[in-house]
Design a protein around this ligand. Sequence first.
Ligand SMILES: Nc1ncnc2c1ncn2[C@@H]1O[C@H](COP(=O)(O)OP(=O)(O)OP(=O)(O)O)[C@@H](O)[C@H]1O
Ligand SMILES: [Mg+2]
Length: 426
Amino acid sequence: MNVLLLGSGGREHALAWKIAASPLLTKLYASPGNPGIGSVAELVKLDMSDHSAVAAFCQEKKIDLVVVGPEGPLVAGIADDLRAWGIRVFGPSKAAARLEGSKGFTKDLCAKFNIPTAAYGRFGDLASAKAYVEKTGAPIVIKADGLAAGKGVTIAMTLEEALAALEACFEGAFGTAGAEVVVEEYLTGEEASFFCLCDGATALPFGTAQDHKRVGDGDTGPNTGGMGAYSPAPVMTAEMTERTMREIIEPTMRGMANLGAPFAGILFAGLMITDQGPKLIEYNTRFGDPECQVLMMRLKDDLLILLNAAVDGQLAHMSARWSDEAALTVVMAARGYPGTPEKGSVIRGLDEAAGEGAEIFHAGTAINGGALVANGGRVLNVTATGATVGEAQRRAYAAIDHIDWPQGFFRHDIGWRAVEREKAGA
Ligand SMILES: Nc1ncnc2c1ncn2[C@@H]1O[C@H](COP(=O)(O)OP(=O)(O)OP(=O)(O)O)[C@@H](O)[C@H]1O
Ligand SMILES: [Mg+2]
């Protein structure tokens, strides 16, 4: 098969790495990709917002499957447009991607199909949102309805913060994504990411993970796209997984089909495990980054076979096997991230680091004058497996020791919660 992978992050490098391992693969193209992806794929420059141009490329190169990494093109309807050209695509339709593209849509779906989630209100103007917040009180959560690159959520511990967040939203801090706002009850518990591979009718559990959003050790400092992750999430016991499937995922699949928008692709449920059980915080309609990196390390089956089955509606007959080992990834970021990262510093020592048994997925890298340089905020994902999260953690950090990049930084405590749990259990 000829495959085109869209995207350029560590998530896409992990997908490319796994797809390239499939005997089904003839040729892998990636756009725009990155130097790491370039080691297993031919990189091409396509304008992802120009769906006809992507389709024309697919016809020319006889692409049998397009795999869409990020949410932007999915919410913009790239899957529908390519399918209209007769091209097979792994990723949800525009209507199904509303699960990520509109938080209000997802909350209404939860209400309609009785899916456990935080109580909420949905507002299109400041006055009515304010009135709701004043009546409910803090702590409370304010969310821009649309895609805001992970920046559209405010956890307001006071009424003042909540009102300020509402004002910012309606003043256009998130552009059209904030023209509508969801106000939510504040939930407490432990968070986990739960993934399903879906074909419109069947949802196949596809691994669990936990990530670290804050930039600094001890979960301090500003939020980021994610500074590290590990899989599996210990909190997702067999019982919790079964409840999540029955109470959240299956009603969502039925609900979406019922609304005429069956969901096919990766359904990524952000969960809060509360005293009453799992509650849905949000859906994303693609793999997480960096969660995908740890999932791909643990997936024993051929990813391409599974993606094909999802596209062809054949998942009812499939299963996915996972390594019993844990996987952990540490994000190395460029100084300045999550503000303005410094670009252009030279990175050395990746071969030595990989010698420690780690997989190093590239995120924001580039080649400049023959040297590998930083070219983004999150730059490398140093990923390792082990019998325990603790062992995977030791291996990932041992690999990092070989990386010579003074302008980079990383958290030193990725996986701490799981490692403490392991120590307490030992
Ligand atoms: N109702 C809630 N109660 C407590 N915390 C919440 C709630 N909603 C969101 N959060 C916190 O805020 C984070 C971001 O919220 P959410 O996942 O809805 O936003 P997002 O911007 O779509 O995130 P992502 O970039 O991960 O897709 C959550 O991971 C969680 O830590
Ligand atoms: Mg989201």
